[in-house]
Write a protein of this length. Sequence first.
Length: 152
Amino acid sequence: MGWFVIIFLIVLGVLALMLEVLVLPGGIVGIIGALFVIAGVVLSYVHFGLWAGNITLLITAVFIIGTVILFLRSKTWKKMALTTEIDSKVNVLPSELEVGMEGVTISRLAPGGKALFGDQEVEVFSNLGFIDQNQEIVIFQIDENKIIVKLK
């Protein structure tokens, strides 16, 4: 067993730790990564002695700390962060909509979808089951901001 195996274990462990932070939360991959790093350092102590083990431990610690600092200073977190803003509103009912108004479905109501009443496109919900696209409907009930419709 040579340095290649020790370096491979340490690098594999660091990659597993990064994978844990970025992709697979839950702890298992992180624990496995930490065990790989520890195994690499312990193997360097066992096979090459105290000085080689200490140097391996120091280099590994500097490598991990340097990787974390580089990772935190780079714009990686900014690239991963959600920066879009949601500026849409919940169904704001036009004042001219009232129970008994007739309209037509723009999309399939399963049970919710879009409908057109005059020139107003609004989100509506079927009172019973599904309603296909381009069907004539009637407003059955208006409950706060929820429009419930039925087939005409």
